[in-house]
Ligand binder design. Sequence first.
Ligand code: LLP
Length: 420
Amino acid sequence: MDHFEYKNGVLAAEDVPVSEIAEAVGTPFYCYSSATIERHFRVFSEALSDVSATVCFAVKANSNIAVLKIMADMGAGADVVSSGELTRALKAGMPANKIVFSGVGKTRDELAHALSENILQINVESEPELHALNEIAGSMSVIAPVAFRINPDVDAHTHDKISTGRSEDKFGIEWTRIHDVINRASKLPNIEITGLAVHIGSQLTELQPFRDAFIRLRDIVAILRADGHAIPRLDLGGGLGIPYDSAETPSPAEYGKVVSEVLGDVECDLLFEPGRLIVGNAGILVTQIVYVKEGATRRFLILDAAMNDLMRPSLYDAKHDIVPAIEPISGANLERVDVVGPVCETGDTFATEIDLPAAEAGDLLAIRSAGAYGAVMSSTYNSRALIPEVLVKGDKYSIVRERIEPDTLLNYENLPNWDP
Ligand code: LLP
């Protein structure tokens, strides 16, 4: 459930008509609902009330510090994958002792940054990384708290590009080797083994892959404990999907049940790293129709938003619901259209052959479920601006990231002076 609904005939974010924001900030822009973020965070946390759970929001899904602060205020930690994300999480008030650093290629500088901030744990994904971390921790005279991310060889049955738990994927340490790696790690002077981690992919719409990965984890914990390793903590990653185009997805409660069934008596503290589930449906992309164009075989709604603003449809063939900002009257005429951006690529398409109420240039549309992996993945392709992000709370709104104009970016470019 989200808080973008028609009220008095117009689309509102909580109690603010999106057209009012559009008038003030211009289009396109991202619009987030605080109440929706709070609700999703609460529902997810409550679904895990049977186990000892810490929820570390996956900052990569939406790293705006105002969005992070909503969750920080509710007690969330953070899952970060770069120094930049670590800085943001701390700035938003996420406590260091609830921050996990994930990622397959953390640099030495990033590892040192994580250690200097005294974060909860670093999820190591390879032996070369482990040795680098041991060395850096030694040089800083600290002990690095390490969880080992396993690759469980489980297919998440999601889009190929966001599947991370199969043996051919670059992530984690092959589960069959983890025992040896941990035995070796336990001899390193500056490494403390805090547990194991797993994350098999994103936008999962089935529970069975989670169950399979958790069972693998449970079995490995038993083997490691028999060998004298305590394994006090398990990080179960993120990945629970959301309904983009009214598809069925498991509820947080059903997911929580799988966690309890498989890991309820494993006697570990559990960490969770949800991203999309918390913020995905808490954001929309508001855009204006620039032209309606009659093509040879299609009618195109050409928007002022493009693939650089929201990559997901181009990159993953994602289908986001698109709705008009003015509530269609019941029985309104529907027209079959392609909804496209202005960028010079055919891939700059948000929807193909969908039925929308008749629309004209100047009308506002909202692309739904754009709160996760939207603004964070945007670029300035075609020398377009980075668009504003607006946060709504009740009947108020605030611009939480200004539009970054191409002219501003031009200030960072130089013409070379080749003269000696
Ligand atoms: N933990 C780790 C280690 C991850 O790699 C990810 C996502 C998450 C947690 C959060 O997963 P979530 O709960 O959001 O599914 N750009 C893609 C999604 C990439 C996900 C990358 N990793 C998209 O727009 O679908």
